[in-house]
Ligand binder design. Structure first.
Ligand SMILES: CC(C)(COP(=O)(O)OP(=O)(O)OC[C@H]1O[C@@H](n2cnc3c(N)ncnc32)[C@H](O)[C@@H]1OP(=O)(O)O)[C@@H](O)C(=O)NCCC(=O)NCCS
Length: 147
């Protein structure tokens, strides 16, 4: 039985770092799990959720809302807990939080090497849109935090 809860403590921090290292294994500095967690907590927007199996953190979703669009990030389920509907529940949980804030449209990005995950989002009502995604790193804000 999985419970979805607000991210709220140091245990969550340690476990989310381990989960993201397992699931994403990003090598870019701005995606370093500890840094991403600290930056999200600093915003204090209440849009960081974990899925728990007992005390164990087995899933995450981050959402963002800027008054114009909602965004989903870091949708992750531990490999041992997949295909039981937890990923869908995490997305719905984040969608409900965004909807409650008045959000009219939710976006997400998929890295090109992970295209197969489109099937997951299509099952949840998302569709591919004709956009070119661009980004720019702010190097001066990318500093390694504590572990
Ligand atoms: C994507 C992810 C979160 C899905 O989690 P999950 O708990 O297995 O998802 P669900 O059980 O809720 O799946 C819901 C539906 O999505 C689809 N789906 C999920 N994973 C799929 C896959 N690997 N291939 C095809 N369809 C998939 C299916 O239609 C599924 O329904 P079904 O099991 O009844 O067939 C999980 O596979 C994951 O963590 N992947 C690695 C991280 C990642 O890629 N995150 C997305 C970044 S954009």
């Amino acid at each position: 039985m999985h419970v979805i809860a607000d991210y709220s403590n140091e245990h969550h921090r340690t476990a989310v770092i381990a989960l993201w290292e397992t699931v994403f294994g990003y090598e870019t500095a701005h995606n370093t799990p500890a840094l991403a967690i600290d930056k999200k907590l600093a915003v204090n927007d209440g849009l960081f959720f974990v899925a728990l199996a007992g005390d164990e953190v087995v899933g995450t979703v981050l959402a963002g809302y800027d008054g114009h669009r909602g965004w989903l990030y870091s949708v992750a389920v531990h490999p041992a807990h997949r295909r039981r509907g937890l990923g869908a529940r995490l997305v719905h949980h984040a969608e409900n939080a965004l909807t409650g804030r008045g959000c009219m449209k939710i976006n997400l990005q998929i890295v090109s090497t992970n295209e197969s995950v489109k099937t997951f989002y299509e099952a949840l009502g998302y569709s591919t849109e004709p956009r070119i995604s661009m980004g720019k790193r702010i190097e001066s804000n990318i500093a390694m935090p504590r572990g």
